[in-house]
Design a protein. Structure first.
Length: 327
């Protein structure tokens, strides 16, 4: 359900003023970035004000949803603050988190999502490498203090509801012959919690500017302590989906995946198999899950399905071999 700008301007402005983030006399301009079922995201600008506000869904809707959404916004605010202690230039700063609103710094106008670049065939391997380095840093540093993080990030409820149910469990129903492999993926995920997982580490949640140094990872709502292969599988899986869409650019997407995996560099033999399984699950989820990609035609969807099934049923030795399988 999309938010009406008229519904948002008043409460968002009132909130920023009440929290001392905007002077009373400053005129604020509110611009909707997205309005989804769970929260609204708006840009707010005015003299001395340049922020993005994420608001949990309207309190008019049922109480239970409101509580779940506020919970996710809180997780996002906490995860952004944690990530800022590890790599401050890779996330937007958190300015406030209260009353069902998260206020963060706004990226400059010319920044855009990495997804937009990838869809246009502009594939900067430096961005991929930065994402790999950032993820390695996040995993290493959160692993070092995992016990202290359990209170804030130990719950997997949102992750289960928004990822495992609509992705893994849904594709299991559609590909019952692969149930043992999908169950194994879910089982390993459930048993593994050595570090923080972003949970939506995909190109649409990466904002990039002009230089390599300009990159933010956003949208941390389902962050939790969990499986270190989940996030890398999403980056590689999305690069595979873009390859299926534009086979003529295969080399570029492959090079980006190689740069990402090299920079991340945290695989051992056990996690290498889980990484391949997670990538297979993502590919299948993107064609047979609850929110399929909108940029593959029937034949592209079939290619993604065949590759996803292959990664689960008869996996290659290395994830990067997936590009050879597509050739
Ligand atoms: N700090 C920011 N600066 C500029 N744009 C942002 C910022 N945060 C989010 N956006 C824009 O709003 C969109 C939605 O934000 P996101 O946090 O990903 O929420 P959602 O849960 O709706 O995906 C992003 O894709 C991006 O275009
Ligand atoms: Mg997003």
């Amino acid at each position: 359900m999309s938010a009406d700008i008229a519904d948002l301007t008043e409460p968002v402005s009132a909130h920023l003023r009440a929290r001392g983030l905007a002077d009373l006399e400053v005129a604020l301009s509110v611009h909707v970035l997205t309005g989804g079922v769970s929260n609204d995201v708006v840009a707010v600008t005015g003299d001395g004000v340049d922020v993005v506000v994420k608001r949990a869904l309207s309190q008019l809707r049922v109480q239970q949803d409101w509580a779940a959404d506020v919970g996710r916004l809180t997780t996002e605010g906490r995860a952004l603050r944690l990530a800022a202690t590890i790599a401050p230039s890779s996330v937007p700063p958190v300015l406030d988190l209260s009353d069902g609103f998260l206020v963060i710094g706004r990226a400059p106008d010319h920044w855009h999502t990495w997804k937009a670049d990838l869809m246009a065939g502009v594939v900067d391997a430096h961005v991929a490498a930065r994402l790999g380095e950032f993820l390695a840093q996040l995993q290493r540093c959160t692993a070092d203090r995992v016990d202290q993080l359990r209170d804030e990030f130990g719950s997997r409820t949102a992750f289960e509801q928004l990822r495992v149910d609509p992705f893994h469990r849904q594709i299991r129903a559609a590909h019952l012959d692969l149930a043992p492999q999908i169950d194994r993926t879910i089982e390993v995920m459930a048993q593994t919690a050595p570090c923080l997982v972003h949970g939506d580490y995909s190109p649409k949640n990466v904002l990039v500017g002009d230089s390599d140094a300009e990159m933010w990872v956003i949208d941390w709502e389902v962050a939790h302590l969990g499986d270190p292969t989940f996030d890398p599988a999403w980056i590689v899986g999305h690069l595979l989906l873009k390859t299926i869409r534009r086979p003529d650019h295969s080399d570029r997407y492959h090079a980006a995946a190689a740069a990402f995996l090299d920079a991340w560099g945290r695989t051992d033999p056990d996690s290498a198999s889980q990484l391949i399984r997670q990538t297979g699950c993502l590919l299948l989820a993107r064609v047979d899950g609850r929110s399929p990609v909108d940029y593959l035609d029937d034949s592209g969807q079939m290619t993604a399905r065949v590759l996803g099934r292959r990664l689960l049923g008869n996996p290659p030795q290395l994830l990067q071999d997936a590009w050879r399988l597509l050739a």
